[in-house]
Design a protein around this ligand. Structure first.
Ligand code: NAP
Length: 251
């Protein structure tokens, strides 16, 4: 599919990589809509880019339905591109020994559920709403891109995040198999460490520790992830696979 023919929805578009994807889609001539849970961020990015956006929580079924209704109206038709980008991190060990008391502190169930809700249920709800409209309205070709992570291989301190990101790649395969007959392709990207506000705010020593094991010796840029998205949108024979863009780093 040509990017300029896209009517795209980006989740988590008010910050970090999502904001970059919104800007690049518009530059490429795609009609674009975004959502984010951060109301101030939505207002700022919408004002700066002229791209319509809405405040929504991707883990809420009602919010996701509303996003696709608003997007369909704003884009002049049902979306044919979905960038499932919104994600959160709530890290911690399964069991942690309290330094002062010596007691074992188990990882809180609420933090497990929060990450699964946003990083796995969220993309499921968006994929379902997206695909339903594509099939009902005969929109094809269509393509969805799921943002996984290098942590899908299993990263210490990220049991919740690793499970969600691995699950998302598994479902990329499932949805590609189920939806290919409707002309809908589904791809995933597993980025390594990418320069976003969160990564940039880390102390230089922590950043150095992160980049040392990367064969290319640096963190990645949002533009390098955008290039993988552009490839997935553009290549009509790509579906059900995950592209790793991580500078060669393996966890
Ligand atoms: P980010 O800077 O934290 O931006 C994510 C955006 O999503 C934020 O604006 C965030 O709002 C929003 N969001 C959070 N929960 C949401 C929800 N329930 N519904 C809608 N929006 C929500 O993240 P990023 O670093 O650009 O990462 C983007 C994606 O790539 C994520 O899926 C992440 O897991 C993945 N990834 C990132 C890296 C990396 O190095 N940065 C590496 C591998 C994979 P708030 O700011 O209010 O939370």
């Amino acid at each position: 599919m040509r990017i300029e023919d896209a009517r795209a929805v980006v989740t988590g578009g008010a910050r970090g990589m999502g904001e970059h994807f919104v800007r690049r889609l518009v530059e490429c001539g795609a009609a674009t809509f975004f959502c984010d849970i951060d109301a101030d961020g939505v207002e700022t990015v919408a004002a700066a880019t002229g791209v319509p956006g809405t405040v929504a929580d991707v883990s809420s079924e009602a919010d996701v339905e509303r996003v696709f209704e608003e997007a369909t109206a704003a884009l002049g038709g049902p979306p044919n591109v979905l960038i499932n980008n919104a994600g959160i991190i709530r890290d911690g060990l399964l069991l942690k020994r309290d330094r002062e008391t010596g007691t074992l502190v188990p990882f809180p169930t609420a933090r497990w559920n929060q990450v699964l809700a946003v990083n796995l249920t969220g993309p499921f709800l968006c994929m379902r709403a997206f695909a339903q409209r594509c099939v009902e309205d005969g929109v094809q070709p269509a393509v969805a891109v799921n943002m996984s992570s290098i942590s899908r291989a299993g990263n210490m301190g990220q049991g919740n995040y690793s499970a969600a990101k691995a699950g998302l790649v598994a479902d990329t395969v499932v949805w590609a198999k189920e939806l290919g007959r409707y002309g809908i392709r589904v791809g995933a990207i597993a980025p390594g460490f990418i320069r976003t506000p969160m990564v940039e705010s880390m102390p230089p020593k922590v950043l150095e520790k992160l980049t040392n094991p990367v064969p290319l010796g640096r963190i990645g840029e949002p533009e390098e992830i955008w290039k993988a998205i552009a490839f997935i949108i553009d290549n009509d024979y790509f579906t059900g696979r995950c592209i790793e863009v991580d500078g060669g780093l393996r966890l």
